[in-house]
Design a protein around this ligand. Structure first.
Ligand SMILES: Nc1ncnc2c1ncn2[C@@H]1O[C@H](COP(=O)(O)OP(=O)(O)OP(=O)(O)O)[C@@H](O)[C@H]1O
Length: 269
């Protein structure tokens, strides 16, 4: 189903039942075809972006600051509309996590994780099941009654991941979610995402400024040019999952990271 086409009037995003996967084009979770975005005032954020994410595929996006990475995710989620081109996604709401975990400080972990399901009107019993499962998947058991102020930055991010998991997304969008935590916590959160992906098999589109993180997580890395963002390289990452933490120090890993880095350097040119 084509949800956004330049010139179409804004429409409500169509949605399937929770947990149901309704692929738009069989095997494709997200497709951008020649997508451009010009903001009112004339900022050209994206130009002619074509990009496909297959069902269950995990793709990372790197590019200079201002190259339109967040805009790309906002368009993929239906929060923003393209100025040109076509975006094709399934009818379900995607999972979406941001750099800031945006938790409600007065709610407990359980209350925060259950927020989206509550806003969606999911019945209490089902909500409890979804929340318990998401808390277990993100390793937050024992912290259910804690409030955000009593959690570390990494744990707050896990609450944000858990909250997004309750929508049982077939497409998961990550907007540089681990930029604000220390290196080891960042690696552990990456391992968490990889375990979730292995179990839930969602398609992932993950924006990051870290080349190492981009290569370690993805089966393909997309490199955007400086503004207006265009896809200047797509680099396959050939390593099998699950990937050990120390794959990062492997010579073959270094070769892929070097290729991504070189493309990224060009993008700054
Ligand atoms: N609502 C808006 N109105 C006008 N300009 C915008 C709007 N949102 C983003 N922009 C501009 O579009 C360009 C792309 O922004 P975007 O946030 O998508 O880039 P980014 O690659 O995610 O950047 P960063 O890596 O710094 O987070 C920037 O120049 C930004 O200032």
């Amino acid at each position: 189903m084509v949800i956004e086409k330049a010139g179409m009037p804004p429409t409500a995003r169509p949605r399937g039942k929770k947990g149901e996967t309704v692929p738009t084009v069989p095997g494709i979770a997200l497709a951008f075809d020649e997508v451009g975005k010009t903001f009112p005032g004339g900022v050209d954020a994206l130009r002619g972006v074509s990009l496909t994410v297959a069902d269950g595929e995990f793709v990372t996006v790197v590019g200079p600051s201002g190259s339109g990475k967040s805009t790309l995710l906002r368009i993929a989620s239906g929060l923003a509309r393209p100025s040109s081109g076509t975006v094709t996604v399934g009818p379900e709401a995607p999972g979406y996590v941001f750099q800031d975990p945006t938790l409600l400080p007065w709610r407990t972990v359980t209350g925060n994780v259950g927020l989206l399901a509550q806003l969606d009107g999911v019945p209490k019993k089902r909500r409890r099941e979804l929340v318990a499962e998401a808390i277990s998947l993100t390793g937050l058991e024992g912290f259910e009654r804690h409030r955000p102020a009593a959690l570390s930055g990494g744990m707050r991010m896990r609450v944000s991941l858990a909250r997004a998991l309750t929508v049982r997304p077939s497409l998961f969008l990550f907007d540089e979610p681990f930029g604000a935590v220390d290196e080891i916590t960042r690696q552990r959160l990456g391992e968490q995402v990889q375990r979730l992906h292995a179990r839930e098999r969602f398609a992932g589109l993950f924006v990051t400024h870290s080349v190492v993180e981009a290569v370690w997580l993805a089966s393909r890395v997309v490199v955007l040019s400086a503004r207006p963002g265009r896809v200047i390289a797509q680099i396959d990452v050939p390593f099998a999952y699950p990937r050990p933490a120390d794959l990062r120090f492997d010579a073959a890993f270094g070769d892929v990271a070097r290729t991504v880095s070189a493309a990224l350097r060009e993008s700054f040119a």
